[in-house]
Design a protein around this ligand. Structure first.
Ligand code: SF4
Length: 372
């Protein structure tokens, strides 16, 4: 390496070889002594690692754990997942949110079965061609399951690296993100890429947290420029949040004398973000008088006349940038409207179908009435 290359490397925040070796040894030792015992760390089968990585996208570990165990009991292999009806896959996913992940997982399993004999591909380019797999998921899965030397850069890792090298500004800005990607690859421990990627993620999740990082407990504090310059609280720069939109959704929970209800998947009564194209109660976005609006909706779409609703207490539901108020309206009817493509089932058992957590909340509001 000539002087110019060394200067360029240093300017990008690269470590010297000796520094890097010491840094890797320190962080790996810390990780191996402190890592949390998680099921996808115990069994590194590529299928299991891949499912975990998909579930962990935008979802906390504690929330993922019960879903992960249930999902793998029900679909223990790529073949089992590929051959299952999508309805079953979505039912197992119900409540975890971001349902496009489950749809992609299912389509990718079919592709893996057809093109790779049921084994998750080892090759990055082949992995990137699968639905739902981007740079991060490919690098994380391949490094953990197969030991492929690819650095996985997500928000946690980016924050740790930015602090270590005092990189200021919006980390998601494309040029900065690329720089962080190069730094991540430069630091990767080539003999243990899976442990290395997980070590950086673990550090970001448990020590170098977004607010108030625990610098005193940090195993790599001596290499950290943000700490040395009292910048840990200022990196990363706070991103401007998208303005929150307030939405009110009024839903009709119809109940017949046998305790059954009606669920639909009708685009006319559908809210893409909230109900995720899953089964839901007939619903509308409320703008004026929600009860009158709901009655008109049922009349127009299902020919249901003279339904007497009872308003139940509203429930709050946050979805991405939206602040949703759910307005449940309960109606006891002698007979449920027969709707083409609708499903009639006991109100207490709607979780047997793929439903979102908003629909579960609405059902719980109604069931509480009958229990009290
Ligand atoms: Fe993060 Fe503090 Fe460790 Fe730096 S010293 S990496 S800011 S926890």
């Amino acid at each position: 390496m000539n002087r110019l290359q060394i200067r360029a490397g240093r300017a990008r925040g690269a470590f010297s070889d000796a520094e890097r070796a010491a840094f890797q040894a320190r962080l790996l030792a810390w990780y191996r002594a402190n890592r949390r015992d998680l099921p996808w760390r115990r069994d590194r089968h590529p299928y299991r690692v891949w499912v975990a990585e998909i579930m962990l996208q935008q979802t906390r570990i504690a929330a993922v754990l019960p879903y992960y165990r249930r999902f793998l009991r029900r679909f223990p292999s790529v073949r089992a997942l590929a051959r299952a009806p999508i309805e079953d896959v979505l039912t197992q996913w119900s409540g975890l949110g971001y349902y496009s992940r489950a749809r992609c997982l299912h389509r990718a399993a079919a592709k893996i079965l057809a093109l790779h004999a049921g084994t998750f591909p080892r090759d990055r380019e082949a992995a990137l061609k699968l639905p739902g797999i981007g740079n991060y998921t490919a690098a994380a899965t391949l490094s953990i399951a197969y030991g492929v030397p690819l650095a996985a850069l997500d928000g946690n890792v980016a924050r740790v690296l930015a602090r270590l090298r005092a990189i200021r500004g919006d980390l998601r800005e494309p040029r900065r993100w690329r720089r962080l990607g190069s730094l991540a690859q430069h630091l990767l421990a080539p003999d243990a890429p899976g442990d290395w990627n997980q070590a950086l993620m673990e550090l970001g999740e448990t020590v170098c947290t977004p607010r108030a990082p625990s610098c005193r407990a940090c195993p790599v504090a001596k290499w950290c420029r943000a700490r040395a310059n009292s910048l840990a609280g200022a990196i990363p720069a706070v991103r401007r949040k998208r303005a929150t939109k307030r939405v009110s959704i009024a839903a009709a929970i119809l109940r017949d004398p046998d305790g059954r209800t009606l669920l639909v998947r009708d685009p006319g009564a559908h809210d893409d973000v909230l109900f995720s194209r899953l089964w839901q109660f007939p619903a509308i976005e409320a703008r004026g008088d929600p009860m009158a609006q709901l009655a008109a909706h049922l009349r127009e779409r299902f020919g249901a006349d003279e339904i007497a609703f009872r308003a139940l207490p509203p429930a709050r539901h946050g979805v991405t940038y939206r602040n949703v108020t759910l307005l449940p309206f309960l109606a006891c009817v002698t007979e449920l409207p027969r709707v083409r493509g609708g499903r009639i089932l006991p109100l207490a058992r709607i979780a047997e179908l793929p439903v979102s957590s908003a629909t579960r909340k609405l059902a719980t509001a109604a069931l509480t009435i009958f229990k009290s």
